[in-house]
Ligand binder design. Structure first.
Ligand SMILES: *Cc1c(COP(=O)(O)O)cnc(C)c1O
Length: 391
């Protein structure tokens, strides 16, 4: 018999009833160090007092109004994002996949309005993840995402991640945009080399394609910069964000330049819930905290500490682990044993990690994790590694 919850997830037998900073707690009081953050979502930890305060005070005054009316919190957060980035304009969504939908629509509309309606094709990369909507799964092209869900939304091709020659070869007169994660998350914490990101920008400049960056997972301070692409000194035309920006409240956004957004006029897009007063209260509190040099400097310091400790641990357990990859507090440990076994042993040792593609275990702690918690995480991962070996 089908369970009352549609069985699309294989769930671990963990039932958390409370969160506190970097910790998740079960009903019997058992505490787990959370190095997954609900997959890079609870950016400032669980039950962060600033966010709780922002959410509850908004909840006491106004939850929801339609986008038919002005929402002051949207203007405030959009201004913050515009001030801090390449973008001139912002649309708020509830999720990453909704941001993907709009990014694709925006790119196609841009070319349509330029009297190039044939330019509809989007070049994406193998191993990418942009969400679960029809556009996002078509962008992925991976069999496990698309099988049985045809006919797929047309107009997507995939080339090997970071392969610039393949991008050039795939670029045609009907190409509209390139969509890419500066650091692939689900694909296994794989950074796009700086030179490749620069080259993609150049190809877009040369061909008139738009560059869409998906910073849903790697954005919002996770890599030690507000947005991951800043390390390269290039700017996209369109950027998707979600996950961390809401700190656990459903919130995403599409950021764009004035030019890229020029086709999105009144009536061309909308959302019932996107940019609700509740979401904006939390988003503004998150952005206020993260878009701060001192905060980001502290993220980088802790990232250095975690990286160094993790490299040591991986060297000690070279029969379980192969190496560390990633940037900032978005780290992946490539495993020699099945990553699912390591994650499971972690549960036993009281640490939450997240599996990813390419047999990687992801560490995506709250950016507010303390030095003591980093040390504790390493002690617990050490136990997990020993248990994986013994099993
Ligand atoms: C999680 C994720 C998405 C999809 O976001 P949802 O909020 O789950 O729809 C898109 N892109 C990237 C890079 C992600 O990590």
């Amino acid at each position: 018999m089908i369970p009352s919850i549609l069985p699309t997830y294989s769930r671990a037998p963990l039932k958390f009833v409370k969160g506190e900073g970097s910790w998740l707690i079960e009903a019997d009081g058992r505490r787990y160090l959370d190095m997954g953050s609900g997959i890079a979502v609870t950016l400032l930890g669980h039950a962060n007092p600033t966010l709780v305060d922002a959410l509850t005070s908004q909840a006491n005054s106004l939850w929801h109004v339609s986008n038919l009316y002005e929402i002051p919190g949207q203007v405030e957060l959009a201004d913050r994002l515009v001030d801090a980035t390449f973008a001139d304009t912002v649309f708020f969504t509830n999720s990453g996949t909704e941001a993907c939908e709009l990014a694709v629509k925006m790119a196609r509309k841009y070319h349509y309005e330029k009297d190039q309606p044939e330019r509809v094709d989007i070049i994406a990369f193998e191993g990418c993840f942009h969400g679960r909507s029809s556009a996002a799964i078509a962008a992925s092209g991976a069999e496990k995402m698309v099988k049985g869900f045809g006919p797929l939304l047309p107009g997507f091709t995939q080339v090997p991640f970071g392969d610039i020659d393949a991008v050039s070869a795939a670029s045609t007169e009907s190409s509209a945009a390139i969509i890419v994660e500066p650091v692939q998350g689900e694909g296994g914490i794989v950074s796009l080399p700086d030179e490749s990101l620069k080259a993609l920008r150049q190809i877009c400049d040369d061909t008139g394609m738009l560059l869409i960056l998906d910073e849903v997972q790697c954005g919002m301070g996770r890599t030690g910069r507000l947005f991951a692409h800043e390390r390269v000194g290039i700017a996209p035309d369109i950027m998707m964000i979600a996950k961390g920006i809401g700190g656990g409240f459903p919130l995403g956004a599409v950021l764009a330049t004035e030019g890229a957004a020029s086709g999105m006029t009144v009536g061309t897009h909308g959302s019932t819930y996107g940019g609700s007063p509740l979401a904006m209260a939390v988003g503004n509190a998150v952005m206020k905290t993260v878009a701060d040099k001192t905060f980001l400097a502290e993220v980088n310091r802790k990232a250095g500490l975690l990286r160094q400790r993790l490299e040591g641990l991986v060297a000690e357990h070279s029969d379980v682990f192969e190496g560390v990859r990633g940037e900032g507090l978005m780290l992946g440990v490539k495993c020699r044993m099945p990553n699912a076994d390591v994650v499971k042993a972690g549960f036993e040792a009281g640490i939450i990690t997240v599996p990813a593609g390419d047999n990687v275990v992801r560490l995506l702690p709250a950016l507010t994790i303390s030095d003591e918690e980093i040390a504790e995480a390493m002690a617990r991962l050490d136990r997990a590694a020993k248990a994986t070996k013994a099993a």
